[in-house]
Ligand binder design. Structure first.
Ligand SMILES: N[C@@H](CCC(=O)N[C@@H](CS)C(=O)NCC(=O)O)C(=O)O
Length: 218
């Protein structure tokens, strides 16, 4: 059977979610380096919104990181990424959704303006936007996450879930924009992000991302 294929570049936080899940589930894959917003006929056929990632499995294709994670769980149930308890599962899915939307807006904004602007878009960072994210948009997001994260271990429960995958990927992107939660104002969240980014799967992924990041910064 053909190997799984992930379409999308490694530095995309949504592609990173899928790569984390594949690593956790110990599934080998090939990667096709498609950039976000690819409007070619070939990519449009498998990603009508022109977004990455898309997963390809033996001719079957499916876009959207959250849908891909559900597919991977159904196909490879070992090392589960959804809690069994219905309420815990709903909570994990909600936190994944929150990470993909409000948290990601902040983190991806910092990644874009502080990293991609010069390295990829060859323009100056939008300092006004960075200031707005840091002073207005991000603080309530951090407050919310601080109020729900566990003191120790995973974001919730006793094993890695889609909540960890989404939240960690967003904070990895923020890291490219020199941002991490402040240990004085948000001690539980800062501790969580430090633990999560030191975990073997994340360390290994970041090592592989170095090449992609280096090719942009020259
Ligand atoms: N909900 C989607 C979001 C994917 C997404 O926004 N990907 C970005 C790259 S990080 C993209 O491809 N953007 C291109 C565009 O919006 O045209 C998912 O979870 O996969």
């Amino acid at each position: 059977m053909a190997k799984l294929k992930v379409h999308g570049v490694s530095l995309s936080p949504f592609v990173r979610k899928v790569l984390f899940a594949l690593a956790y589930k110990e599934q080998p894959y090939d990667q096709v380096n498609v950039f976000p917003g690819d409007t070619s006929d070939e990519f449009s056929a498998i990603s009508p919104l022109h977004k990455v990632p898309v997963l390809e499995d033996d001719g079957f294709t499916i876009p959207d990181s959250s849908i891909i994670l559900r597919y991977l769980e159904a196909k490879y149930p070992a090392n589960p990424i959804y809690p069994a308890d219905p309420q815990d599962q709903a909570r994990a899915c909600w936190l994944e959704e929150y990470a993909d939307t409000r948290l990601m807006e902040c983190c991806a904004g910092l990644f874009r303006e502080r990293f991609l602007a010069r390295a990829f878009f060859k323009r100056e960072p939008d300092e006004a936007l960075i200031a707005t994210i840091l002073s207005e948009t991000m603080p309530p997001v951090l407050d919310y996450l601080e109020s729900v994260v566990q003191d120790d271990g995973f974001f919730l429960g006793d094993h890695l879930t889609v909540a960890d995958i989404g939240i960690t990927s967003a904070f990895v992107s923020a890291g490219y924009g020199d941002f991490e939660p402040n240990a004085e104002s948000h001690p539980k969240l800062a501790g969580y992000v430090a633990r999560a980014t030191a975990s073997p799967i994340v360390v290994a992924r970041l090592a592989e991302e170095q090449a992609a990041a280096a090719s942009l910064t020259g």
